[in-house]
Every structure is written in C-alpha cells, then in structure tokens.
Design a binder for this molecule. Sequence first.
Ligand SMILES: O=[N+]([O-])c1ccc(O[C@@H]2O[C@H](CO)[C@@H](O[C@@H]3O[C@H](CO)[C@@H](O[C@@H]4O[C@H](CO)[C@@H](O)[C@H](O)[C@H]4O)[C@H](O)[C@H]3O)[C@H](O)[C@H]2O)cc1
Ligand SMILES: [Mg+2]
Length: 362
Amino acid sequence: PAAPVSGNPFTGYEIYLSPYYAAEVEDAASKISDASLKAKALKVKDIPTFTWFDVIAKTGDLGKYLADASAKGKASGKKYLVQIVVYDLPDRDCAAYASNGEFSIANGGEANYKRYIDQLVAEVKKYPDVRVIAVVEPDSLANLVTNLNVSKCSGAQTAYKNGVIYALQQLSAVGVYSYIDAGHAGWLGWSANLGPAATLFADIYKSSGSSAFVKGLATNVANYNALSASSPDPITQGNSNTDELKYINALGPQLRSAGFPATFIVDQGRSGVQNIRDQWGDWCNVKGAGFGQRPTLNTGSSLIDAIVWVKPGGECDGTSDSSAVRYDTHCGLNDAHKPAPEAGTWFQDYFVNLVRNANPAL
Ligand SMILES: O=[N+]([O-])c1ccc(O[C@@H]2O[C@H](CO)[C@@H](O[C@@H]3O[C@H](CO)[C@@H](O[C@@H]4O[C@H](CO)[C@@H](O)[C@H](O)[C@H]4O)[C@H](O)[C@H]3O)[C@H](O)[C@H]2O)cc1
Ligand SMILES: [Mg+2]
C-alpha cells in the first residue's frame, strides 16, 4: 500500500456515511410524529459515525461499504474514507456483562479472532483507493490497566495483548490507519492510572512494530465526557483530568517520551449534555445525554486529529432486563435510561432524547 501520511489521515477525505446507521435513523425518524423533532432526527443521517464490526458475520459488509465508497469516489472525483471499529476480542468486555462477545478464549477464541482480523483485512485489500480508519478494540487495554483484579480480565490479558498486536500489524500491512482505544478521562485519567496506561499503550505500539499507520489513540468511545468542559462536572472530584482535552494533554507527552508519537481522536457523539451522571463510572444508557459536537478536523489541538462520533447514538449500551444473560447492573442504575434493549440494538426512546438534547442543537 501507499506509504503512510505523516500528518492527519482525515485531511482531504470525504467521510463515507454508513448505510447501516442511516437506515436505523431513517426508520427511527419514521416513528416520530412531531414534525420538528422528525426533521431534526433526519439530520443525523448526514452525520458520519463509525461502523462497529462486533461479530465475524459482519466482515463481509466491509467489502460492500468499500465498494460503495470506491464507486462514489470515482463518480465524484473525491477521495473517500470509511470509519470502522474493530470489536471482537475473545472474552470481550471482561469487566462487564452487557457487551460480551461471540468468542471465548476457552473455546478457540484466539484463533477465531485472527480469522476475524484476516477477513476484515481481505476486504480492505480489494479497495486500495478507499482509505480506512479503525478504532481498535474499545475498553480492552483499558480493562488491563484497571481491572486485572477481575478474573475474567486477568485471564484475558495475554489474549487481549496478542489480539490487539495482531490486529495492528495486519491492519497496518494493508494501509489502515489505526487509533487504539484508550478509555476516557474518567477511566485512565485518574493519577493512579495514567502512568500505567501510557506504559501499556507504548508497549503495545512498539510490540506491534511501531508502524506509522498506528496513528495514536481514540478516547471517550461510547462515553459522555466533554472534550473541553466550561466547568468541571462534580463527578470528576479527585481527578484533575476533568475532560478529554486535559486527559489527552496529560497522556500525549508521556506516550511521546515512551516512543509512541500518538495523536488522538475523540468521541463526542453523546457528549452534548454534562452533569447527567451520579458517578463517573456510570456508562450505561445514561439518561439525559444529547448528541454532541459534530465531527470536525477543527479540533483546536495539535494532538487531536479529529472530533468523531464513534458510538452511533441510538444503538444501546446494554439491556436493563435483569433476567437477561448479558444483564449488567450498571444498566439498572438510577441514571440509566430504562427499559433498554440488548447492547447494539436500536433504543428508540434514547435516540429521541439524544435528538431533543443535542448540543449544538440539530
Ligand atoms: O478518587 N480517586 O482518587 C479515585 C481513583 C481511582 C478510582 O478508580 C477508578 O474509578 C473509575 C470510575 O470513576 C473507573 O473507571 C470506570 O471503569 C469502568 C470499567 O471498570 C468503565 O466501564 C466501561 O465503560 C465503557 C464505556 O466507557 C463500557 O463500554 C464498558 O462496558 C464498561 O465496562 C467506566 O467507563 C470507567 O469510568 C476506573 O476503572 C477506576 O480505576 C476512583 C476514584
Ligand atoms: Mg460498551
């Protein structure tokens, strides 16, 4: 593939709109009777989000999106990029229950994961004219920083590290630009966690070959933090990194001095409203959230390549049905919107509220 760009991989590219999410939004809007709310909802169709490849069965869809983006590029003379989330590690979401995945380490999960990566890579190879940007394995390495006391996480440590390294190597070999997931300010931003996080991310970067296609880290994926808060949310008490910009400004230099010249992308898809959580560890379907800052390259920071929407607003974080196999108590908390369907499935009432509470307004 072409040599990696040294600068911002988003520059000069049109971001492909996921037909999967557009269809979800179209269907959601059709169920909204209030005319002005419906009109606002339909605007979300035109906002680029990341497409989550959360099961191996979806890897074929990547080829469809790339073919479509390639055709649009040829027809328009524009260069297109497709935004994906790689999200299928064995024993996935090891410290929680809501997003447990299809592969288990005990049942050949590490080999299955390699097959999953190989299938994504095979699709990318077919369309060298389309740029691909990947967020790699939300929550995985962050769990290795703070949750090795959870037996499922300590048991998954080797599989997570080897899996992420394999993913980075294979994706870089076909020219995919990767941003490794780095949790958020309320997870790894605490002073006790920051150093160990920087060490782990730098180690993984170097172990995977320090490819220039591995651009850096993605923060606040599927979370609600402000990029830059006008005043600290009370839940941040005790953590000087009260927003994502502070977290990034603290983490970036530590990574650079550890040999990882990382830049960042920041999820703002559900960050429009602050002061909505009882505590910072509350992550599931938080009530009162709104669509946040629109995706842009005008980030205000030389460390931040792009503000992005990674978690597609409206797709659920986890079921509130306490009898469900994947029920996580965080989805039953006072600040969690209930009743909620299974993780990844459409949560209509939540989507309508994201539209209502959008800041900036839709
Ligand atoms: O006062 N002090 O000095 C002090 C010092 C340290 C303290 O400890 C810190 O407390 C933090 C919470 O405040 C913890 O952060 C939470 O960790 C959870 C995982 O364990 C994350 O959950 C994930 O969230 C993802 C979406 O983001 C979901 O996709 C995923 O399914 C889900 O599992 C929460 O976001 C994240 O906010 C830290 O671990 C913990 O170390 C606390 C106080
Ligand atoms: Mg999740």
